[in-house]
Design a protein around this ligand. Sequence first.
Ligand SMILES: Nc1ncnc2c1ncn2[C@@H]1O[C@H](COP(=O)(O)OP(=O)(O)OP(=O)(O)O)[C@@H](O)[C@H]1O
Ligand SMILES: [Mg+2]
Length: 204
Amino acid sequence: MMDEYYRYEYEDNGQYCYPHTHILKNKLDIHDKEQLFKAEQELSSARYFEISQRPIPGDFSLQHLCAIHRYLFQDIYEWAGKIRTVDISKGTIFCLTQFIEIEFKKVHDWIIANNYLKDIDDKEEMAKKLAYLIGEINMIHPFREGNGRAQRVFIEYICKNSNHFDIDFSKTTKNDMILASKESSVLNYGPFEELLYKCLVDIK
Ligand SMILES: Nc1ncnc2c1ncn2[C@@H]1O[C@H](COP(=O)(O)OP(=O)(O)OP(=O)(O)O)[C@@H](O)[C@H]1O
Ligand SMILES: [Mg+2]
């Protein structure tokens, strides 16, 4: 049928999913969505615990974010730590694959220009800068899956490195995270500022 012939799926699952499904191919060879979700949560949480105790060293570049992603998802996906090769959207269209590196370079340059946010000791200002940063990283969405978890660790490391704040994302909810992300995609960083302000903890 013509319809079928011209059909174009924005999210081309061919490379990443088992044939005719939306289940990501995985090292555990789980073909059930719920089961995969559960295993992914458990395994990445265990890895998260390790690298929140012993941070992965890096310079806050894309390579650093990739190293974080690789560590978190090493047990689950072959492509852990590798930037995606397909374009994806969640209503919001994320950065096209060919621009991921160049766009992240801009983010990295901004981090350097802002001295890794090390000089900021005012919570409101820190929330503002972090809102911009997480919003930008989220719009790049470098990975096929696991962007939220990787970018939150990245932000945690920025805070650790700053010596003024810790950040505790358990003080917010997944839903608020998504709402703030959606707003930041239309350049309204207010909700992310508010969310991050709630999560920032002064280091005494
Ligand atoms: N409609 C949207 N527009 C923009 N960003 C969105 C949208 N929906 C979700 N997000 C962002 O994408 C992230 C989820 O990305 P992904 O599924 O790749 O990673 P994840 O590790 O499973 O994330 P999470 O643990 O937050 O669910 C969310 O944390 C949120 O920041
Ligand atoms: Mg996800």
